[in-house]
Each structure stands twice: as C-alpha cells, then as structure tokens.
Design a protein around this ligand. Structure first.
Ligand SMILES: Nc1ncnc2c1ncn2[C@@H]1O[C@H](COP(=O)(O)OP(=O)(O)OP(=O)(O)O)[C@@H](O)[C@H]1O
Ligand SMILES: [Mg+2]
Length: 163
C-alpha cells in the first residue's frame, strides 16, 4: 500500500464525532508505545474540537464531564497511566502565560496533549504529531488528519488499515 499521510472522515453528528474520538485514541494507544503524542485541533468556533476531545478522553475511560478549558487554559486527566492535557488557548492574551505555567513540562513521554487554538501559542508548544482539521459541512463536519511526524504517520496508516 502506498504511504498515505492523510486521512479524511465525514462525521454526521455529535455522536459520530465522539465515536471517532474513541477510534482515534484507540489507534493512538496502539501506535504510540511509550511516546508522547501531540494533536493540534484546528477549525472555526463551534466546529467540534471540544466534542472530539470529549470522545478521546471518554474513550480512555473517563466517566465524568469534559469541561471546555476555555477559561482555565488546560484541563488535566490521569487515565490508563497516561496524562491527558486538554488545552484551549483561545483566550490566551500573552504567550508569556504559557511560560509561567511551565508549558514545556506538559510534553512528556507519558502525555497525550490535545490543543485547541494552538496558533495562539506558536513557538512555545511542542510540534504536533497530527493536525486535526475540522470543517463545517452544513450540519455535519469533515475531519482531515495530516501526519506531521513518524508517529503521526503510523497512526494514519493504522486508521486506513482498519477502515
Ligand atoms: N458533526 C458534528 N460534530 C461535532 N459537533 C457537532 C456536529 N454537529 C453539530 N455539532 C455541534 O457543534 C458544537 C461543537 O461545539 P464544540 O464546543 O465541540 O466546538 P469547538 O470547536 O470546541 O468550539 P470553540 O472554538 O468555541 O472551542 C456542539 O454544540 C455540537 O453539538
Ligand atoms: Mg472548544
């Protein structure tokens, strides 16, 4: 099979978005071994970045709510021996805030970092393994994954093989 570094998925509604999050995190866990993983979740306001994050976090076994980190910048979860850091940098006014919170310490071998509005933290964040671009398609959404590292590529290969 030719090496494919992109994967696209049509997502009809919120439930399908969560289901895709489950599938994506299962793939991440099977491919990441003991590496950390960073996803940039891109897309306009209301595209479904937090909804996808909820699918990912609940897919790892979290039973409670998944709050949008809009005001806290980051919400943390400890699941399956991994640290999940869900960022939303929309309200970041000064990138220095990221320095104050010790942003570098979040990107470890043991972490899965989900970052909404990553462009606001440009230059201070770890490079992504995957770009997750979510676009409106009327009431539905299209997701496009683009690999930015070898690990990202392995994740996408795995998704294609199990399609
Ligand atoms: N196919 C779909 N996938 C995801 N969400 C959908 C879909 N169809 C409708 N929705 C609705 O769109 C909204 C998505 O909101 P969500 O908070 O996930 O967006 P967001 O990208 O995180 O926005 P923000 O940039 O404000 O953080 C929810 O109200 C959800 O119910
Ligand atoms: Mg959001």
């Amino acid at each position: 099979m030719a090496e494919l570094s992109e994967f696209s998925q049509y997502v009809a509604d919120e439930a399908e978005m969560c289901a895709f999050g489950h599938r994506l995190v299962e793939t991440i866990c099977s491919e990441s071994h003991s590496k950390g993983v960073t996803l940039y979740l891109n897309g306009p306001l209301g595209a479904g970045k937090t909804t996808l994050s909820r699918g990912i976090i609940q897919g790892l076994g979290h039973k409670g709510k998944v709050k949008s980190p809009t005001y806290t910048l980051v919400e943390e979860y400890r699941l399956q021996d991994k640290n999940i850091y869900h960022f939303d940098l929309y309200r970041l006014s000064d990138p220095e805030e990221l320095e104050f919170m010790g942003i570098r310490d979040y990107f470890t071998e043991n972490s899965i970092c989900l970052i909404e509005w990553a462009e606001k933290g440009q230059g201070l964040l770890a490079e992504p393994d995957l770009l997750v671009n979510i676009d409106y398609a009327d009431n539905a959404r299209n997701i496009q994954l683009i690999a930015k590292s070898k690990l990202g590529n392995n994740i996408i290969q795995h998704l294609h093989l199990n399609n």
